[in-house]
Design a protein around this ligand. Structure first.
Ligand code: MIG
Length: 803
């Protein structure tokens, strides 16, 4: 007897795998262009090829309606591949593409995937592959040796998700988020199996409540299932982690290029009012010269929590206030909840009732339940007409000057037993209706889609900013995500790292936590450490709860303020680089904030390294996340690493202990890289950045490096008409010279930089002379193994002769 059955008979087991009806016994099959359709006695299944290494499996039993409908997560990708070969013998079916060989053992429909070299990449669990139990549908898969699991979106715990059961059900989780709290606000049913030789991904496209059990009871298999719908999943072959993620992005989309200001620092609390308080806050930031790009307005700005209204006592003239903030470079982001107050005199409630926009029961009764405004109705975002209406609502706020919308409570959260809508409530979904059980996890995604579209239509050639709490796979196409109601305690600072890294690997590049912590009171030390981490999180916002003490950068005294300011400034110095990372993510889906394993896939130490991360491919961040620490142990992968602060060089493939007093968060730069840094700004667009610093971290002689920089106006859609620049910098360091080249690949955008300041670090040989294109450079500085000089941006080639 194998140990799964021993376990399953054990009293404590919750795994009901043995009770499922298992798929078996193919009756017949048919090849139809890019797919093969199989009929079983009481089920049907299709394998459809999208590319030579992305395929999709859809299965339903005869009581469930087989269909090819994807959820809203999947984009119109037009991917289709029919160039496969098919063979059959008495035991097996064999499908060959240019990249994969798929073998299916006929009796149990046991599926195995091999790569071109014949190596096994993935296989079903040997005893059961697919099955159902009433409305539930389930797949069982084999573990591999040395396998790690990543992805699954916004989950607590370590980087490696192995060994736990995860639920996908968008939920307003106000209890403390500790290492096994589940579920939270987002559902991203995308799992990555990492293996040094060959990683793969599985995206389970099902919006019902779903589960992933990665061995929580010690089972010899992992498994995922849904409470309804059909079983519909995609398989993405890597082989690398980066390839798995970009292939997933081909199906669910990448984030659009964000407005550059949204990469700046955001200040929030629940809530800033009245208007005079906001003015005071603007003044404080500017007097203290603490950079800031946005203020968030939480629910108290509204009149009785009625969305798209303003409380006139608190905000007599929002347009004037927003315009004044705008002059100081601070944009307004307003919170919106989906619940619409049931008030016959409230315009949105009237419009919703008159036009049948709200979710209702089958008998026609509108679902009403309590949220902040008291009794509310909820827009049925599954209907195009409702999304259009919602899009149209953005216009008035955009006219007031609002630049971003913060969608909260969109799980949707409701103050009742279920914490959400009654599951029997219907969604019309334009003719393909279903209950809330089917649409719950899509509610936030659809709201964000409507918000994003509306903002885009209302803004004048400006990119919108949307921030959301709830979401589903594909959310990156419309919105940034913050991780909801964390706590002002150290545990949440630690939890933030693996959570954000896994969100990044699940397509959500633009993510961040409430810096300082949401519930409970923060303190100076915690806020310093959190701001340090926040400065390198893709989304950077300080936010706290209504009862919490103030946690603006200056709230805990001068000593802390100085440190906090230093890191917010640092964020802005890295903004050219950060924007470039956002650009790359928008193209490829490869996240801004990455686990080390993505850059060092060979290094076993990195596989579950949860407290360090990469900011792009060359900068490593090692935050301090415990109180009273002034040292940090850091793992350095192979190669040389520069301490960003001291320029000291460390040799990798080992752990080091580095000084990290409160004012210092360790930042290590991989030798061989080029890191652009710009001067400090009080906000994006404050002034033209005339000079861009290019920091070259030389490894050793006979080494080279490069960096490709994307740049545009940071706000408009002109880049879609080719108005952008791509500049490639590269250097070659040989025995007697360094050749540095600047190549313009695209230069349609009138760039702000006038010159580059080159800083070569770790140059142990003295420069004899420097040629800039055809002339000699007379002004340069060489000191302490560091060479510095400026060149105009028009220069193409620099030759540094060495002694
Ligand atoms: O039930 O709008 O997560 O960021 O400040 C609380 C008030 C509602 C929850 C959000 C939080 C926000 C708060 N909201």
């Amino acid at each position: 007897m194998d140990n799964s059955e021993t376990l399953l008979q054990g009293k404590s087991s919750r795994d009901d795998s043995i009770d499922y009806h298992k798929l078996s016994g193919i009756l017949n099959y048919k090849i139809e262009d890019n797919q093969i359709r199989f009929n079983f006695k009481n089920a049907s299944l299709v394998i459809r090829f999208l590319t030579a290494d992305i395929f999709r499996i859809i299965m339903a039993n005869s009581k469930q309606q087989f269909n090819y409908k994807s959820t809203e997560a999947v984009i119109d990708h037009n991917l289709s591949y029919n160039d496969f070969k098919f063979e059959e013998n008495n035991k097996e079916l064999i499908i060959k593409t240019e990249k994969l060989v798929i073998k299916i053992e006929k009796e149990k429909f046991f599926l195995q995937v091999f790569n071109k070299e014949g190596k096994l990449i993935h296989q079903d669990y040997s005893k059961y592959s697919l099955g159902w139990k009433k409305k539930k549908l389930r797949a069982w898969k084999s573990f591999k040796n040395n396998e790690r699991f990543y992805g699954l979106g916004e989950k607590t715990g370590w980087l490696d998700k192995k060994g736990r059961l995860y639920e996908m059900w968008n939920h307003d989780t106000f209890v403390p988020h500790v290492s096994d709290t589940d579920p939270l606000y987002q559902s991203i049913p995308f799992l990555i199996s990492f293996n040094q030789n060959n990683s793969y991904g599985i995206y389970f496209d099902n919006s019902y409540r779903t589960y992933f059990d990665l061995g929580s009871e010690g089972q010899p298999y992992y498994s995922f299932w849904a409470e309804g719908g059909v079983l519909d999943y995609y398989f993405f072959n890597g082989p690398s982690l980066k390839e798995v993620i970009s292939k997933y992005s081909k199906i669910t989309g990448t984030m659009p290029l964000a407005p550059k200001w949204s990469l700046g620092y955001h200040q929030s609390r629940y809530s800033y009012y009245p208007q005079a308080k906001v003015a005071e806050l603007v003044k404080k930031f500017r007097d203290k010269e603490i950079p800031c790009d946005a203020f968030h307005f939480d629910i108290h700005y509204m009149d009785q929590y009625k969305i798209y209204t303003w409380n006139e006592d608190r905000f007599p003239d929002p347009a004037a206030m927003i315009s004044k903030m705008g002059k100081e470079g601070i944009k307004a982001v307003t919170i919106i909840d989906p619940g619409i107050k049931k008030d016959p005199e409230y315009k949105l409630y009237q419009e919703g009732m008159e036009n049948d926009y709200f979710c209702k029961y089958l008998d026609g009764k509108v679902f009403i339940d309590k949220v902040w405004p008291g009794n509310c109705a909820f827009p049925d975002f599954t209907q195009a007409k409702v999304r259009n209406w919602w899009s149209g609502l953005q216009q008035d706020f955009v006219e007031l000057g609002v630049k971003g919308i913060w969608n909260d409570m969109n799980e949707p959260a409701v103050f009742n037993e279920e914490d959400t809508m009654d599951l029997a409530v219907m969604h019309q979904n334009d003719g393909d209706s279903g209950t809330h059980r089917r649409f719950h996890n899509l509610y936030g995604l659809l709201e964000d889609q409507a918000t994003y579209k509306g903002l885009k239509e209302s803004l004048d050639n400006e990119r919108p900013f949307v921030l959301t709490r709830a979401g589903f796979a594909g959310i990156q196409r419309y919105s940034a995500v913050w991780t909801g109601d964390n706590r002002s305690f150290w545990d949440n600072l630690k939890l933030a790292m693996p959570m954000l890294m896994n969100m990044g690997m699940s397509g959500i590049s633009f993510c961040g936590t409430d810096v300082g912590g949401f519930t409970g009171n923060s303190n100076g030390e915690l806020l310093c450490r959190w701001t340090q981490l926040g400065a390198f999180s893709p989304f950077f916002r300080n936010h706290c709860e209504v009862r919490a003490i103030s946690q603006e950068p200056w709230s805990f005294g001068k000593k802390y303020e100085k440190i906090i300011k230093k890191y917010i400034e640092l964020r802005y110095k890295f903004i050219t680089h950060l924007y470039n990372l956002f650009y790359q993510a928008s193209k490829t889906g490869i996240p801004v904030m990455r686990p080390l394993i993505m850059e060092f896939p060979e290094d076993e130490e990195c596989q579950n390294l949860s407290d360090q991360f990469m900011f792009g491919d060359s900068i490593m961040i090692a935050p301090v996340y415990q109180p009273d620490k002034d040292k940090r142990m850091i793992y350095l992968p192979e190669g040389k690493w520069f301490d960003f602060w001291t320029k000291e060089i460390y040799h990798g493939k080992k752990h080091i202990i580095i000084d990290a007093p409160l004012a210092t968060m360790p930042i290590l730069i991989k030798a061989g890289s080029i890191v652009p840094l710009n001067e400090k700004l009080n906000y994006i667009g404050e002034k033209e950045i005339e000079s861009l610093e290019l920091n070259i971290f030389l490894s050793e002689v006979n080494n080279s490096g490069s960096y490709e920089l994307y740049d545009d106006d940071g706000i408009s859609y002109d880049y879609q008409n080719g108005i952008y620049n791509i500049t490639k910098f590269d250097y070659k360091y040989t025995d007697n010279q360094i050749i540095f080249k600047i190549n313009s690949i695209q230069d349609n955008y009138q760039q702000e930089f006038k010159d580059y300041k080159l800083i070569f670090n770790n140059l142990t040989k003295e420069p004899l002379n420097i040629d800039v294109d055809n002339s000699k450079l007379t002004k340069f500085n060489y000191f302490n193994n560091s060479l510095e000089f400026k060149v105009p941006v028009t220069v193409n080639k620099i030759t540094i002769k060495l002694s």
